[in-house]
Design a protein around this ligand. Sequence first.
Ligand code: 5GP
Length: 221
Amino acid sequence: MSSDAHPAAEPSHIARRGLCLVLAAPSGTGKSAITRELLAFDHNLSLSISVTTRAPRPYEREGVHYFFRDQAEFDAMVQSGDMLEWAGVFGRSYGSPRAPVEAALASGRDVLFDIDWQGYRQVRAALPGDVVGLYIMPPSLDELERRLRTRASDSEAEIQRRMATAAAEISHVHEFDYVLVNNDFQVAVSQARSVLTASRLALDRLTGVDAFTATLLAQKT
Ligand code: 5GP
């Protein structure tokens, strides 16, 4: 999988493998909005749509935001090896289906994950060298709580549960490659795009650099 190249992705004869960009953050940090912005303007990037056992929010649609499944169906997917990673978050199960990710990477496409630190660890272990981790911090915990309340789709108990796990979630920041603070949404989006662009150009992800260099140098003689 990781050795597949995408000939049209870079100029000349330099090609590259698809990569997985994992965005992680405490719930309410704005990660989903940043995800939407990245996807809207980047046709080589697709979202890994997770499976979850939690109930849909009013605006959420099956197969767009999540695949909503009961616990037995979720457990069956895990048992049959259909999950690239999975974790328990806020007392519910969440997981990333394996097949769409493998298909995307095989065709040189990049995949965006909106998952937690536990999932990030597993994806990184499953696809070594193909995963870039970007951690998004809230400007403050007060602001995080305000944003959770503005969302108005979660119950008070759910908000309290999410606030209680935010500090534990943030403590995993050191496992990631890049960190940004979502103070200003447009700045955060632009920073996330920059991480993606730089990651696509990383030398160890490119193939054909030596041949291209040789071609350039041959033109000198
Ligand atoms: P929410 O219920 O707000 O949609 O998501 C709660 C948390 O679960 C978020 O931090 C989100 O990133 C994480 N999450 C969503 N999908 C997955 C997944 O497939 N795997 C893992 N490990 N975490 C997920």
